[in-house]
Design a protein around this ligand. Sequence first.
Ligand code: NAG
Ligand code: NAG
Ligand code: NAG
Ligand code: NAG
Ligand code: NAG
Ligand code: NAG
Length: 592
Amino acid sequence: MRGGGGGGTTAVGWRRRRLSLLHWFLISSSALTTGLGLFILIVRSAAIDAQDYSSTTLVHLHHHHRREVVVQATPDRNNPEQEIDIALNSEDEAAEEARGADVDNSGDEKKKNRKGCATVEEMGEIFKKGFRDESLRARQIIHHHFSLHGAPRVRSLPPKEFCEHGFVLAKASEAGFGNEMYKILTAAALSVMLNRSLIIGQTRGKYPFGEYILYSNLSFTLNEVKHLWRMNHCATKYGRHLVMRIDDFQKPARTEVLCGNWKEWGQPIIWFQNTTDAVAAQFFLKNIHPQMRKTASDLFGTPENLQYRPNVFGELMRVLISPSQTVERAVSWALGGRHNPDIVLHMRMLMNRSVRAVQAALQCIRKSAAKLSSRPIIVVVSDTPSLLEDIKPKLVEFSEVIHFDFEHFEGNITEKKGRLNSNLNFRAKDWGPAPRWVAFVDFFLASRAKHAVITGAQRRVGTTYAQLIAALAAAYQLADNSSAGSDFTYLSSFQSNLLSEGLKNQIGWGHVWNRFAGPLSCSEQTNQCAFTPVLPPAWWDGLWQSPTPRDVRRMEAYGIRLSQLGTVDEDYLHSFCVSNKKKTTTLTVTLI
Ligand SMILES: *[C@@H]1O[C@H](CO)[C@@H](O)[C@H](O)[C@H]1NC(C)=O
Ligand SMILES: *[C@@H]1O[C@H](CO)[C@@H](O)[C@H](O)[C@H]1NC(C)=O
Ligand SMILES: *[C@@H]1O[C@H](CO)[C@@H](O)[C@H](O)[C@H]1NC(C)=O
Ligand SMILES: *[C@@H]1O[C@H](CO)[C@@H](O)[C@H](O)[C@H]1NC(C)=O
Ligand SMILES: *[C@@H]1O[C@H](CO)[C@@H](O)[C@H](O)[C@H]1NC(C)=O
Ligand SMILES: *[C@@H]1O[C@H](CO)[C@@H](O)[C@H](O)[C@H]1NC(C)=O
């Protein structure tokens, strides 16, 4: 572990450093003998007085930031004498952040967080306040961007200006909708960050999911750009060949996402590949070039202020996509003249019939519905048909339940279903047995949620699909009535058996709680119904965020050395970038 903490240069500009905890008191009695487990103390450059780790332990840290200690105490809430007290310096930002993260906003600081770990609900408490102002700001940025760099204006630029213009390519195949849509949204976010126009690539003249999704006229197709490039004589007259620079996010040793200054890249087109989740675009938040970090945080907010981050992907979707006519018709059919749903439940069950998942989801729905008027309308969306049989009888006791029953839909998308659905068993385990197009109807039906989107799962909660439902629903709500926007909540439902080892099983980067899955997550939690970030975090800077060992290893390949609490060793990244510079060659291809 590097001693970055004392280094003056790295501390500069590292906002994290301002998060400070003056003292950590770790107090435990007879830790080992009573099975509390061990403390693993990982200390970065701290002045520490530690007398005795084994029995009565008092560790007293004098230091200026909180991420000094990893406490892997097996949390035992029934064992109050074994606890970790954290005294906060109430005068600084850390205290503010900590207050937000606590379940109990009253009471004295010392009483809080004595576990040294947090439940999912405690972690989610900071997201309760919503994200209305931040999202309206992001909406402004996005609007401004597309009014300047949207296709309608850019295609009519004079030749010289057009030829100097830059583009970002979005290319998606028709695999899982969530992953593929994130590829498009990442490109869109990058185009905003870099002042470039967006190209949405087609395959044989067809947009990704083009039968179900319409794309607004703000983006180009690659064919149109090629056409305009010729028409404006960009190559012949201005010497600008239509060159594309390719950067592959899934090649950690090659990607320039952390080391390159993409603002300075001169190639007309940039294609940032394999960005299948919310985190890729947010990697720029830790890019070594201040200019890149700034442009990223202007859009996404800063990673240490988790509670002030906008609904970037929802806002992007709102301006870029809409349902096709057939899908829209199916959505209206499912609603059958009723209002938009109050609550949407998404359950990814992977054909598993988990009673506990259903019970936890019901608890979460009841909690959410309690705030609403009588008989709310609830939409249920799942990859697993039997879920409806299990949950509907309980839901109808207090709500009106809507589910898109594709077998009875007569608008007939089925006829046009084409090759995508020719094999019904294709990835049925993963996507469910319903034809693919049903997922699009479900998606746009669910995105009409007025008050809450609740996501549950047999195993991993908050999939990319569920994230995008919540993001789009939140963006629509903000559109309909900005004063009511903060009323919208995104909730995660966890049944206790998923949390026996805390969030440790939320391993995929596409899952919204992954960045909380490290040692600060309490094991043996009860059922949780937690406020959930509508913009999934990509870093571990929040108070209760910590990485899994798997992610520590994975990040190392990107040049990021993480402490067990998720702080980034910036010196290490810098030297990684320098030593990697010689090796990296981004692929460039000439299109014209
Ligand atoms: C683009 O779409 C918007 C809204 O759908 C429409 O008002 C506008 O006229 C369109 N612009 C062009 C250039 O097609
Ligand atoms: C991007 O455009 C904005 C105005 O829309 C401008 O303020 C900013 O300086 C530009 N950044 C770069 C790097 O071109
Ligand atoms: C990244 O994307 C490209 C193009 O879609 C694909 O050919 C390549 O196999 C992907 N790389 C990885 C590591 O998945
Ligand atoms: C269903 O999920 C539970 C809990 O995750 C698991 O124990 C069980 O093995 C799963 N059953 C099947 C058939 O996958
Ligand atoms: C819808 O399409 C299916 C499959 O092509 C067909 O069997 C069914 O009769 C059609 N229904 C209507 C109402 O057209
Ligand atoms: C917006 O919300 C406010 C307060 O909830 C309500 O009074 C108003 O009628 C709403 N406006 C629209 C256009 O829905």
